[in-house]
Design a protein around this ligand. Sequence first.
Ligand code: G
Ligand code: G
Ligand code: MN
Ligand code: NA
Length: 252
Amino acid sequence: MRLEQELELALEKDQLRLMYQPKFDIRSGQAIGYEALIRWDHPVHGEISPLRFIPMAEKSGMIVPIEQWVLRTACLQAKSWEREGLGKLPIAINVSQVHLMKPDIYESILRTLEETEFDPRLLELEITESAMMHNEEHVIEILDQLKAAGISVSMDDFGTGYSSLSYLHSLPISCLKIDRSFIRKITTDPDSKAIAEMIISMAKQLGLKIIAEGVETSEQVALLQELQCYNVQGFYYSRPLPPEQVGRTNVS
Ligand code: G
Ligand code: G
Ligand code: MN
Ligand code: NA
């Protein structure tokens, strides 16, 4: 069977699972939320990267049921962490452009939140800068609805698309995630540092939160702190974790 066809069955065959990568506040050393990241355990090929199968799923349309499953699973997981005494942990899920364009995405998300009794104010959707640039009117309308329901939206991989300042200003988003391509070179390449610095000050001007992705070294942490970017995500703090490890590792 072709991989595309196998992906159609992966959901019902229970081959998908989620890992959770914490986001940290470098001042407190505490986790401030968890991003759900999908994995496919293929019975023959082993773990297949989402970089490989998400594009396939977008093409076939499977991305919609898959991301609905991601939302439901992450909400149920967070409720289970809460019952274990870990508190009300904020979660983030990635939403693809194909899913974002579905006319009933808002209703579908709200239904899942109701069914899982998950607080919308603890949910963040991560949407890439490039995904937000298709059909701007539709995107603004959906994001307005989500915001009114208490759900927050972050612009993922920020700096890799080409959104204009005026579009950024008109979008009801709450946070920019600085793409890890800038963070990787932030301590060695003056241009990357200048870009990161500009994004951070622009976010401040626009009243947006800011988080740096892909932080891998203490030098990067020190520089980000100097630039007053206090929220980070990356291997330096934590790799994506299986759900049973969440809340059991704390970085100071
Ligand atoms: O975790 P990892 O680095 O392997 O993820 C690779 C890419 O897959 C990242 O860009 C991540 O955003 C994406 N990804 C992981 N889970 C999902 C998902 O549920 N939906 C979408 N659209 N992308 C995801
Ligand atoms: O595109 P998105 O930001 O959603 O991608 C998340 C992906 O980035 C995850 O699959 C995760 O494994 C990967 N990732 C997270 N932190 C780091 C890091 O510090 N370095 C690298 N190279 N990848 C990271
Ligand atoms: Mn993301
Ligand atoms: Na990203």
